[in-house]
Every structure is written in C-alpha cells, then in structure tokens.
Ligand binder design. Sequence first.
Ligand code: NIG
Ligand code: FE
Length: 417
Amino acid sequence: MLMAMLFKNIKALVNTREFSQMLKGKYLAELPTIFDAYLFIENDVIIDFGSMQNLPAGMNKIPEKEIINVQGRYVLPTWCDSHTHIVYDGSREDEFIDKIKGLNYAEIAARGGGILNSARNLQNASEDALFSQAWQRLDEVSKLGTGAIEIKSGYGLTVESELKMLRVIKKLKEKSGLIIKSTFLGAHTYPAEFKENHQGYIDMIIHEMLPVIARERLADYIDVFCETGFFSPEETETICRAGMQFGLKPKIHANQLSLSKGVETGVKLGAVSVDHLETMNDEAINALKHSKTIGTLLPSAAFFLRMPYQPARQLIDAGCAISLASDFNPGSSPGGNMNFVISLACIQMKMFPEEAINAATLNGAFAMEVNEKAGSVTKGKKANFIITKPIPSLAYLPYSFGSNNVEKVMINGQFIS
Ligand code: NIG
Ligand code: FE
C-alpha cells in the first residue's frame, strides 16, 4: 500500500537541491534553504518540496491524517557519519583516567593499551554480544539524527576476529533501517605477535583475510591506519592495492598524530576519503586540493585526545572538499553525537554553521558514496529527516552545544523517535 505524507508549514527546509554534487572550497558555505516550506513523501522516498505559497492545489485534498504540521521547526536531511568504529566490546575509561594523569595516546598504545586493549576484549566476545552492543550504539545515534553511517572493523586483528566484526556489521546492515557501509580495517595496528614481523601480518591480511571478505562480500572499503608507529606509507599502499584488487576502495586514517604522508598516499591511490588530518602541512593540503578525495575531519577525536583541531579553514580556503564525522570508538571518541561534532566544527575550527551542516550531510554522503540516497533534500532520495524542536535559527543548532534540539527523526518514511 502506498503511504503518503505531507509536511506543512516547515519553518525552513534545509539543504534542498535539485542535483547533488560534492562541495569543494567556497561552495561548502552555500546551504540552499526554503523558508515556510512543504515536503511531500511517498513510502520512503522524497517526491516533492517547495515553498508553501507554491503548494500544488492537488495537495489540499490530502487527508488530514497524512499531514504533519511542523510549524516553527527546521527539517534537515539526517546526518551522514562517514567514519565510525561502533563494533567494540566494553569501554576504556581506565585509559581515560591515564590520560588525565598525563599519558598521551601514543604512550598508552605503546604499553599495550589502546587498540590492542579493545582487540583483547573483542577477541573474547561472542558475535551476539558484539551485535547487541553495536545495535544499542546505532539506536542511540539514530535518535540523535544519524541516518547513514560507515562502520569499520579493526579491533579483531586475527583472521577469525576480523571476520567476526565484519559479520556483525553485515548483520547490522540487514537488520537496521539506516544506510550502512562497511570498511575492513585489519591494518589498524600490528598485533603483539607481529610487532617485529610486519610482513607476516600484511601477508595474513592479503592472503587470509581479504579473499574471505571478498567472497562473503563483507566490506565495501579498505582502511589502513597510516601513522608513525603503525603502518608506513609503503605498507599502506601495499595493503590498499591488495584490497583494490578485491574491489575495495580505500578510505584511510591519515595524518592524525604526525605528518605521516597518509594524505599523499590516499590521494595517490584515489581514496574515497582521507580521514583525521589533525597534522597537516602545505604539501598535504596541496595534494588534497588537486584530488577527488574528500578530507574527513573528526573534531571529537581531537577534542577527546586534547590534540590540535584539524585546520578546517585552511582546507576550505585552499579549495578542498571536506566532510565531518564522529569517529565513534572506545579510544579516541567514545560518543557518536553528530550534533556535538558540528558544534565543535563551528566553535573550535571556525566553520560556519552552513559549512558544518553541508560537511555533515552532503559531503558525508559522498565520503561513503551514498550520495544517490542521502545527504540532501532531493527528489528521489530517501525520506530520512531530522525535525528539530522549535528553534530561532539554523545557527542555534551548533550554538546551543550539548542541548538536544532533535525532536523527531524519520528514517525510510517512518518516525523512529
Ligand atoms: O580513529 N586512529 C586510529 N583509530 C581510532 C582510535 C582507535 C582506538 O583508540 O581504539 C581513531 O581515532
Ligand atoms: Fe577512526
């Protein structure tokens, strides 16, 4: 049966576009908005929208029960969070305390904490336990407005456990109404037993993990943590090229803790995105601006690790395409609230609210290649929306950080909260 719904008297309908294009440089600041708008959907698809003044006469005949009056509220496309690690077991607040005492991320990792700590937990957790924890996280972020999300493996670090993680992601894809992309991050760190035998672990990734992942279609992308003390640019390239042979495009962790050449490596490989970018220089910015690769900024990771924020202004002014994501993970961003991410982007990185919203919706959709379905209010895209509480302006969203301004979320034409 065809289900129709008309939203009337929308204070402002945000990010309305006829076509969607990746937004580079100054175009990020253009956020098309219709004030006093209507929006019409059928089932899970956007059919029509426009100004109330131009409400088609036929729509006056729509039965009352199919009309929602959203006076005073903003309607936005749901957030597209293109970088998360939400499949993990337990939490790491012990390391959080160590950081308060003065240890940094690299020091904690060097003594067997960090990723290896989560890997130990994950290896001992059942697929069901992992699924239910990840499901809860997904439920939480969806109620905060996330409608599309990318999820990585990388806490398994053995053939069995990496596959276990990816199977959990596959099950999340099957059971959730959210749009989900899956990324294989076997190269997150070297397991202790391969600390002195990098080639051994790389061989395991290439010859034991990738063939099964490809056969069972467990991943859409391949990721590597390209970082001093983790994977070198050469190792990153070898692993990504192997993944590409199996049809996985790269999306890589780059330039988080140091000038790792991760950005240059990602650009060279034609990566969909290079993510983090806390530590940038002119060379890295130049490489990015001349490419089709998106720079995904993760300000909540910089916030949590007390690191310098990503140079968003410099990247935008240079003409790069950037997106914003949460990096939701137990070690560097134990929360996935995209509303907080856009606040940090405006407060700490001096992005304008329009830029932050574009970066967290349309460019986020491009950063995980779901731009045909998500990221803007465009005819034919999914009926996935955030309906705000009554708010005075759009800038109020990032401004009122920590407040929950999300009144309702619609996914696939259905209210989930
Ligand atoms: O994106 N940087 C590498 N990976 C994660 C952190 C992983 C962890 O500490 O568990 C990140 O920040
Ligand atoms: Fe990450």
